[in-house]
Design a protein around this ligand. Structure first.
Ligand code: PMP
Length: 389
């Protein structure tokens, strides 16, 4: 069979499983109301949690930083280490309360690169089964022994830790806010287990950074001395792109020397680094945005709960409505779009089988009126689909 026929057959199979994806152009994606296919939609699908992606201060910072060039010209270990990096990494380490920090091109690269660099095939890694795909990919690349513990189940984690020899090097890794369920990791218990079993603890703060913890420094901030490696993205609440790894000088220096997606790639654009610095300055002081986001999240969860929807275990700005089948999730997302709401259907492999869902995310910029209107629309759509009676 030819390659083109083989690939075509694979796409047909994905389509039969309602797993075929397609790009749709979104205009004015930084705003609360977006235009997609000529339709005006309330944006309940973005990670721009604090509304900073379109903020004039970040856009100004990007313009000002472009004096260092449009591109970094090379890997940072060659001649791409322009002066803003040091400032950004110092800003991140001070904010996170760690000795050191390293900027990386994206959250995906940070997780894959750090895990592949830290782990070898003789090590054991314990990963929450709902951790982000980039964590799973980093583990697979490392060839370490992979133990997936039931979601947030500390008893199961401890059982697995006990089963492995004391002599094994162990690493525990978790999202702090889970990207598809919107619930939080039990960090206090993870720190306890990490200390009891002498493990290394890495946390992914992608959906917590800029929002939770003192000055938005993340849920791991209070446990900063017990967490060996903090990863966070600059692409969500910070409104930019890129990611950071923060920890002790020793750990960060090790990653700088061994992490392939750091060594073998061109440094981030100066304009992107400049926006990260400005975004951190803003999130550290702007409590108004954080409080608005928390109030909006609470309202969305309360309204959906009262309307009788299954929103799983969400306690954050990420709120799923569990549909079960791929077909139902895709149909609901499509019907919501028709009703004026941008929300995405999430299917396997992003979530476990039979838990397909429509994932809603709220930002600091939504109004209470918009959230209440959205819940009314969702109710109408699901009533029309025969889910609500
Ligand atoms: N970790 C988690 C938990 C995420 O949700 C994401 C993004 N969806 C990433 C890592 C990857 O981050 P980035 O988009 O910056 O590559």
């Amino acid at each position: 069979m030819s390659w083109s026929q083989y690939l075509q057959d694979k796409l047909i199979k994905l389509d039969e499983q309602t797993q075929l994806r397609a790009l749709q152009t979104t205009e004015n994606g930084c705003e609360t109301w977006i235009n997609k296919h000529g339709k005006r939609l309330l944006n309940l699908a973005s990670n721009n949690y604090l509304g900073l992606a379109g903020d004039y201060r970040l856009i100004e910072a990007a313009q000002e930083s472009a004096i260092y060039g449009a591109g970094a010209t090379a890997s940072r270990l060659i001649v791409g280490n322009h002066p803003l990096y040091e400032e950004a990494e110092h800003t991140i380490a001070t904010w996170k309360g760690t000795e050191s920090a390293l900027l990386v091109g994206s959250g995906y690269m940070a997780n894959v690169g750090a895990l592949a660099a830290l782990l070898s095939k003789d090590d054991v890694v314990y990963s929450d089964r709902l951790n982000h795909a980039s964590i799973t990919d980093g583990i697979m690349l490392s060839r370490a022994q992979h133990r997936r513990y039931h979601h947030n189940d500390m008893n199961h984690l401890e059982q697995l830790l006990q089963q492995d020899s004391e002599n094994k090097r162990k690493l525990i890794v978790t999202d702090t806010v889970f990207s598809m369920d919107g619930d939080m990791a039990s960090l206090r218990d993870l720190v306890y287990l990490k200390e009891k079993y002498g493990a290394f603890l890495m946390v992914d703060e992608a959906h917590a950074s800029g929002i939770y913890g003192a000055e938005g420094a993340g849920l791991g901030h209070v446990f900063r001395d017990s967490i060996d490696l903090h990863m966070g993205t600059c692409s969500k609440a910070l409104g930019c792109s890129g990611a950071y790894l923060a920890g002790s000088k020793g750990v960060i220096n090790y990653l700088l020397n061994t992490m392939r997606p750091f060594i073998f790639t061109t440094g981030m654009m100066p304009s992107a680094v400049g926006t990260v610095i400005r975004a951190i300055e803003i999130v550290r002081t702007d409590t108004v945005r954080r409080e608005a986001l928390l109030a909006n999240s609470e309202l969305l969860r309360k309204e959906l709960n009262e309307a009788g929807f299954c929103i799983g275990t969400s306690t954050t700005q990420i709120v799923p409505i569990i549909a079960g089948s791929n077909e139902a999730a895709v149909r609901w997302a499509h019907m919501l779009q028709e009703a004026g709401i941008a929300a995405i259907a999430i299917r396997p492999p992003t979530v476990p089988g039979h838990t397909s869902r429509v994932r809603l995310t709220v930002t600091a910029e939504h109004t209470f009126t918009e959230i209440k209107w959205a819940v009314q629309q969702i109710k109408a759509v699901l009533w029309q689909d025969g889910v609500l009676i």
